[in-house]
Design a protein around this ligand. Structure first.
Ligand code: SF4
Length: 324
């Protein structure tokens, strides 16, 4: 039987000895230890590699939205930064293939991605490990015109080949909607510890949020809560928040769907300014009222990693339903 770390995860001393961690883990219930029927050697090796990678990540949070343009990436970046500021080891993965905005938001150069051997190296930004398709595109104006299988292959590669190392949290900025791409993300991550659903206050956004919640329920992904973004406008002169769109849609919907409502983030010109200058809002404007609001929303998630269930469940099979 293998030794475990205090958190229940297998020790990794074997990796330096030229062995796969799975060779010495001893968890025979893990699906990484056995080939599935009909699986070729290569398919088995690739799946095992993916599951080994995911095994080294204690908590995986997916940031979802029913549609684009609601500030999902802003929430993902600031969640990841808040976790780093709380002393956690954090990775941020941008799999929004058609709109990878995280390099711009964090001041990373498009085309600066690097690989060594068969591994892709995340960029270390003051303790935050970042990976995005944008790092492998020549420029931010480059359109990605790919069909579904290529997108699925890319998502798999990002999860399987990125050298994350041991992480407390992986925050995944998922493509919007409830189609193939977010589905692939959730399936390949193995166990997802929770989804954060980002919406805007208008009632028209409600339908999309319902779909996102239904998506999570079908995939058995716990909904950590709904965040209403762009909820009011912060006046750059007096700092008052004016509700310019009808507010409260996110909260009402969260109550109807019986999921937690985590809070509302106002539209703050400093958020846009930070993004445009490639700086994380939460660290750059740490003392602003909006940063305080964000921290209050994010703070309950920081304790996830300290919760009673610390044991990773990589490789555990998930039953998926494709019913609507
Ligand atoms: S992937 Fe499974 S078998 Fe391999 S180290 Fe992790 S728990 Fe053990």
């Amino acid at each position: 039987m293998h030794n475990n770390n205090n958190d229940g995860r297998p020790e990794r001393a074997a990796s330096g000895a030229g062995l796969s961690v799975c060779d010495t883990c001893g968890d025979s219930s893990c699906s990484a230890t056995r080939r599935r029927s009909g699986e070729s050697d290569q398919e088995f090796r690739e799946r095992q590699k993916l599951e080994q990678r995911m095994c080294r990540i204690r908590r995986k949070i997916v940031v979802l939205s029913g549609k684009g343009g609601v500030g999902k990436s802003t929430v993902a970046v600031n969640l990841a930064v808040a976790l780093v500021m709380a002393g956690k080891k954090v990775g941020l993965l941008d799999v929004d293939i058609h709109g990878p905005s995280i390099p711009t938001m964090l001041g990373l150069k498009f085309g600066s991605g690097q690989g060594v051997g068969d591994e892709l190296l995340p960029i270390d930004l003051d303790g935050l490990k970042v990976m995005s398709l944008g790092l492998f595109l020549p420029g931010e104006d480059e359109a990605v015109i790919w069909r579904g299988p290529m997108k699925t292959a890319l998502i798999r590669q990002f999860l399987k080949d990125v050298a994350w190392g041991d992480l407390d949290f992986l925050v995944v900025d998922s493509p919007p909607g409830t189609g193939d791409e977010p589905l692939s993300v959730c399936q390949m991550l193995g166990r997802v510890d929770g989804a954060l659903i980002v919406t805007t206050p208008q009632r028209v956004a409600a339908v999309d949020v319902r779909k996102s919640i239904s998506f999570c329920r079908q995939l058995r992904v716990p909904v950590l809560g709904v965040v209403e973004n762009m909820s009011g406008f912060v006046c750059p002169h007096c700092g008052n928040i004016t509700p310019i769109l009808c507010a409260g849609g996110g909260q009402q919907l969260a109550e109807e769907m019986k999921v937690p409502f985590l809070g509302s983030i106002p539209m703050d010109p400093k958020i846009a300014e930070s993004s445009d200058h490639g700086r994380a809002f939460l660290s750059h404007y740490a003392d602003s009222p909006t940063a305080r609001i964000m921290r209050e929303i994010i703070q309950p998630l920081e304790t996830l990693v300290d919760g009673s269930d610390n044991k990773t469940e990589c490789g555990k099979e998930k039953e998926l339903s494709n019913k609507d």
